[in-house]
Write a protein that binds this ligand. Structure first.
Ligand SMILES: NC(=O)c1ccc[n+]([C@@H]2O[C@H](COP(=O)([O-])OP(=O)(O)OC[C@H]3O[C@@H](n4cnc5c(N)ncnc54)[C@H](O)[C@@H]3O)[C@@H](O)[C@H]2O)c1
Length: 265
């Protein structure tokens, strides 16, 4: 059965690439597109893919357009404030979710999870849809478990100068994985002035140019250190995972939120 996929943030860097991939993927169809810009224009023309007969819709009409277009899954790559509003509306319209937006607070996530359960839909939420980052996360968990508390942990991430949130969702996920493996740690974001090091995880964000996404975790001991690094060369690594998640989520037990590890099995 063909899954009908809609995009919110359709005209953005990620939205554009995901639509192109959906068009090229057997078994998936683009059902609708939402953004704050280019409303009323054909999304295919906006992204230089030729006319598709799918207009960019105003997110204010999310519920009605999702229903009329018989959408199965809404893929959201926007900003946290928009996702916090749109995800519960989509869930209440009976639409499954794939959320890639980062910077979502714990409260916003809890509200999205509640909407998924209440409306008995399924969702995938991941701060990073790349398969390489899935492996990176496993490696840092293993390193944290093996090294224990004697090593200081610092996380450094670098992204392009248009990124709105800091630190990156991937850096926050890495910090949470390490904290869990080490039995609970505080996070310190950047350092300035008098700030003696405690047992915290230090998290640092670099912004510039067109860097797609670099993440380095340093485990620093006395006389040695281990660095585990992932570098994204292209946004295509996120696109493949997000489109895979969109095809996958329609066939999963409802009322639950999944992660990329579930999609990858
Ligand atoms: N999870 C991942 O693997 C992954 C990978 C890359 C980017 N991201 C995240 O995805 C998000 C988008 O990244 P991007 O680089 O595509 O950004 P972008 O700024 O290029 O695109 C965002 C799009 O969302 C639209 N938008 C903003 N508010 C909206 C609203 N209320 N309703 C509808 N559309 C709205 C904007 O007009 C824009 O077209 C960011 O949070 C980024 O961190 C996640």
């Amino acid at each position: 059965m063909t899954a009908r996929i809609a995009l919110v943030g359709a005209c953005g860097r990620m939205g554009t690439l995901i639509i192109r991939r959906i068009l090229a993927t057997e078994g998936l169809e683009l059902s609708a597109a939402f953004d704050l810009v280019n409303i009323g224009k054909d999304i295919g023309e906006v992204i230089n893919a030729g006319a598709l007969g799918v207009p960019v819709s105003d997110p204010k009409n999310l519920a009605s357009v999702l229903k009329e277009s018989r959408t199965d899954v809404l893929v959201d790559f926007t900003v946290a404030a928009a996702t916090a509003v749109n995800a519960p509306i989509a869930a209440s319209a009976g639409v499954n979710l794939v959320i890639g937006t980062t910077g979502i607070s714990a409260e916003q996530r809890a509200a999205i999870e509640a909407a998924v359960k209440e409306n008995n839909v399924a969702a995938v939420i991941s701060t990073n849809y790349s398969i390489g980052v899935g492996v990176f996360n496993k490696l840092i968990r293993q390193a944290a478990e093996l090294l224990g508390l004697d090593y200081d942990v610092e996380i450094i991430e670098a992204h392009h100068n248009q990124k709105k949130d800091a630190p990156s969702g991937t850096a926050m996920t890495a910090a949470e994985i390490i904290s869990e493996a080490m039995g609970g740690k505080e996070f310190v974001f950047g350092r300035e002035g008098v700030c003696p090091r405690g047992k915290e995880i230090g998290i640092h964000a670099i912004r510039g140019g067109d860097i797609v996404g670099d993440h380095t975790v340093m485990f620093i001991g006395n006389s040695e250190r281990i660095e585990i690094r992932h570098q994204a060369h292209s946004r295509e690594i996120f696109v493949g995972g997000a489109v895979m998640a969109a095809g996958w989520v329609v066939n999963q037990p409802k009322g639950r939120v999944y992660g990329m590890a579930d999609v990858l099995g």
